[in-house]
Design a protein around this ligand. Sequence first.
Ligand code: 5GP
Length: 190
Amino acid sequence: MTRQGELSAAVEAVLIDEDTLGRRIAELGAEISADYRGRDLLLVGVLKGAVFFVSDLMRSIDTPCEVDFMAISSYGSATDSSGVVRILKDLDLSVEGRNVLIVEDIVDSGLTLAYLVRMLRARLPASLEVCALLTKPARRTTDVECRYVGFEIPQRFVIGYGLDFAELYRNLPYVGILRDELAAQAEELP
Ligand code: 5GP
């Protein structure tokens, strides 16, 4: 099997192809540029899943902006987060008085994001909004608000374009649905 074949063998179906991702991210970038024109903007990328999204999004924003990263891990099973978040890497920059835009890969129950929003709000930014590439509205258990959303997706475990399964498949150029057999294993991972 080729290397690419090995990667795509985990994919049941392509959910969002590369072109569709690129077009939607360009639209989000244009919207964000218009909304923040004349104001400072600090993008906060959430590692590791949002790494490709934040770099493509930032390149499609045509107003001056900065970027910083946080790495977090949420307690819970691989498929169900508990909302208790451990900070693995904090921001290098202060967010006090800044217009902050959290850039997330995927919002599922919303518990992780709700925690992140509470934590950053306590640091007194001038404004705090969220841009999520993917959301699964049917799984939402919190009412955390995302100002910008790339795509609403069904309740399936997805991989690719930064999203992993057991740290693999982030390098797929599209968002794909993980095969059922592997998804069943995901539920058992710590
Ligand atoms: P939440 O706290 O919103 O339930 O979970 C959010 C986190 O769970 C995401 O940041 C991501 O790490 C993980 N997650 C949720 N759904 C998926 C999915 O379909 N695929 C992958 N790879 N990770 C997911």
